[in-house]
Design a binder for this molecule. Sequence first.
Ligand SMILES: [Zn+2]
Length: 255
Amino acid sequence: MQTIEILMAVFSFVLGAVLASFLNVCIYRIPKGISVAKGRSVCPACGCEIRAYDNIPLLSFVLLRGKCRDCNSPISKRYPIVEAIGGACFLLAWLRFGLDWQTPVMWAFACVLIPVAFIDLDTQEIPDRFHIILLAIGALSLFLTDGPTISQRLVGAAVISVPMLVIALFTGGFGMGDVKLMAASGFLLGWQGTLFAGFLGCVLAAAIAGILIALKKKTRKDKIAFGPYLAIALFAAGLYAQPIINAYLSLFSLA
Ligand SMILES: [Zn+2]
């Protein structure tokens, strides 16, 4: 790797971690109905404002040994975890697409999917504003990339969301937030990526639920949030669906 490539990879990770630090604020505040723009972050235990130099993504958590500087209460491990996920998503997008418009599109996608996954995990709901942002990213990427055509995107918006809607209406197996997430993301990814994400999301959810039930951490009757699995599957589809589908199709053309 050339020096410039290493620098860009480091820059991608740092940018992702810094933005994820703001996503932490969104994950904490949006379900409580608090503005994400106003007011500095405070320690939830003692209410002291968090100083700028204690707010460095990942690094501050390590330097403070996971404790508030003022009251010594433990800081949730979720903060550095979300920051690391943000950094990793941005790095993966850069490594996959490099100097291409797809990279910032995938970065924006990650900035929606990360709060969607954690808010759904916490509240079993996905606020509508995230679906609107996804549609806006999809509309913008129409001009920016040579990705899916408009008709492929419209099919993408329906291909998983409509069957999910039917299941949601008859069995309540999915929430409406999941349906809207797959519709809006389908418009961003096109139908091939969306089908890939739908299947991968189901496989992931079934596998993890199976493991949790086997470990007796959950029972069959527990409701599981589907959003986190869909979010992982959607991001993976945005990165890798095309090369995997192409490889799969080429198997048949060779046969
Ligand atoms: Zn404190």
